[in-house]
Write a protein that binds this ligand. Structure first.
Ligand code: ADP
Length: 243
């Protein structure tokens, strides 16, 4: 298990928050992608991030997930070893944290196309020190649970979009993620498959009480989350219960 040695505040972030962004500001050149955004997400809560194209949704997701370091502000994450500020962590520590605390369900880039479905799911377990046979066994079980029995030996490029998204969900479960980040997880799928994939994502979060942060344009996806956060021009334009 990777050690987290980032700055610890010794206090929980924002009450019961699992992850909280405080005063997040980020620019790309003269473009202000995030302008003093504050967001706090509890355990077990599913939050849809919506807003027009260019409003800062992806930037917010990437900043919360420790992929992009904000120009200003902090991202507090409650871990078993105390609360840490992701925004000020060293890159190596942020990578280790992503591996142990976060799961990613992205359309591209997060699954390794040269590896099979089972190898993709087993990889974070191996990186965390699991034995090869144990990791392979766990990966097979997780794929089975997501209805992917029989395709575990296929490479990612040989899978349909919906199957690949389910492999990503299985991998997020393999990591015991506390927060799952999803970027347009249903964007490229037909409505039936999209509904199944979202159902699998929500079930994965509900059963373990982990949080879900999902960027989406799809009002149906948002309606099935607990909360909808709307962005406009890099600012929060609405934050309401979805159901
Ligand atoms: P959304 O996900 O809502 O479409 P983004 O977070 O991708 O919005 O982008 C917010 C703003 O930042 C947009 O104006 C976008 O053009 C700009 N932006 C995003 N990423 C980059 C980048 N890598 N370089 C320059 N500008 C960027």
């Amino acid at each position: 298990m990777a050690r987290i040695s980032g700055r610890s505040t010794g206090r929980a972030c924002g009450g019961e928050a699992r992850i909280a962004g405080i005063d997040l500001t980020h620019r790309y050149g003269s473009t202000v992608a995030l302008d003093a955004v504050a967001v706090s997400i509890r355990d077990g809560e599913s939050v849809a991030i919506m807003g027009p194209s260019g409003s800062g949704k992806s930037t917010l997701l990437h900043v919360l997930a420790g992929i992009v370091r904000p120009d200003a502000g902090t991202v507090m994450l409650r871990t078993a070893r105390g609360t840490v500020d992701i925004a000020t962590m060293k890159d190596r520590e942020r990578s280790a944290l992503r591996l142990t605390e976060f799961g990613f369900v992205f359309q591209q880039g997060m699954l390794i196309p040269e590896l099979t479905a089972a190898e993709n799911v087993a990889l974070p377990l191996l990186l965390n020190g699991a034995r090869r046979t144990e990791a392979a066994h766990t990966a097979e079980n997780l794929l089975d649970e997501l209805g992917l029995h029989g395709i575990s030996g296929r490479r990612i490029g040989q899978l349909s979009g919906g199957q690949a998204q389910r492999v990503a969900i299985a991998r997020a479960r393999a990591t015991q993620a506390r927060v799952i980040f999803a970027d347009e997880p249903t964007g490229a799928l037909d409505s039936r498959t999209a509904s199944d994939v979202l159902g699998a994502l929500l079930a994965a979060t509900a059963e373990r009480g982990c949080s879900l942060v999902v960027v989406t344009h799809d009002e149906d996806v948002a309606a099935r989350c607990d909360r909808v956060l709307r962005l406009r021009d890099g600012r929060i334009d609405g934050d309401e219960a979805a159901r």
